[in-house]
Design a protein around this ligand. Sequence first.
Ligand SMILES: NC(=O)c1ccc[n+]([C@@H]2O[C@H](COP(=O)([O-])OP(=O)(O)OC[C@H]3O[C@@H](n4cnc5c(N)ncnc54)[C@H](OP(=O)(O)O)[C@@H]3O)[C@@H](O)[C@H]2O)c1
Length: 314
Amino acid sequence: MHVLVTGATGFVGGRLVPALRAAGHTVRALVRDADPYDPASDVEVVEGDLLEPETLDSAFDGIEAAYYLVHSMRAGGDFEERDRRAATNFADAASAAGLERVVYLGGLGEDLDDLSPHLRSRREVETVLSGGDYDLTTLRAAVIVGDGSASFRMVRQLVKRLPVMVTPRWVANECQPIAIDDVVAYLVGVLDAPATAGETYGIGGPDVLTYREMLVRTARAMGRRPPKVVSVPVLTPQLSSYWVGFVTDVPASVARPLILGLRNPVVVTDDAIRDHVHVELTPFDDAVAKALGTGAATDATAPASPPNPEAGSG
Ligand SMILES: NC(=O)c1ccc[n+]([C@@H]2O[C@H](COP(=O)([O-])OP(=O)(O)OC[C@H]3O[C@@H](n4cnc5c(N)ncnc54)[C@H](OP(=O)(O)O)[C@@H]3O)[C@@H](O)[C@H]2O)c1
């Protein structure tokens, strides 16, 4: 298939592009700035900004399927409004070009929950994209474990720098992290599974963990003494987002919405994706080892260019 990848410079997109090539697809990458982007020579690169619809005219020409792997948290401020506009412009351009399929990677979280602004915005993007004239497949994921993921970088740096953490009650919330290789395998797999067109799936790894367990197991994988995590009812996620900002180098514009999202349990409630795409799921500890550089690497999912230290904001 002739496939367009938006967000190709990002944490997920940077790994998806080589995996799509390895699966035999012809790939075009949409990037805002082509200069620092250095993919394999057979990847076609087009410049375009989803917030400037006039730049998108030629990006969709001849494309059969597209991936939407974009969000604008890094720019700070009103990311919800920007993400709404970017998704609208994408849906309009993809519909006008007659695309058959679009695949979107969004966030897990129950619809009935009081979703954080970040997760609410991810869900809104899903709704906007579903209004296009193509079949949308949505995959919803929680924390993605991999080198370059902002959420995993926060976990790693917290463990490294804080022997004691005073946290709100969210440390007891459940999360179902998933390895980046498994996310990429699902993203590639749904394209070859026609039954997934028009459907929404939760994707998660084999382990459901509380955030406390994630911190402890990451510490062990790093060969460090697990942090003492003291949860207190009076501390709000809002306040925690400030101290996490001080302790880690993840930009505050990214760290704060992610921390505020920790109040929502993010666990897969329906495994239906497994009827259509078979992925040998990576245990959390193995995914962490690989993200830390102590596990085995596979060529198909290696990023085309060095991971962007700012990337990986989901
Ligand atoms: N990382 C996670 O743990 C995680 C978890 C669950 C879901 N997800 C989802 O996975 C998707 C990808 O996340 P990620 O972690 O790979 O994010 P990321 O590394 O921050 O990448 C975001 C991408 O969006 C691009 N972008 C931003 N604004 C744009 C615009 N106006 N026009 C065109 N491109 C634009 C960026 O391009 P520039 O290089 O030009 O800035 C970058 O390539 C998102 O939908 C996210 O919600 C991620």
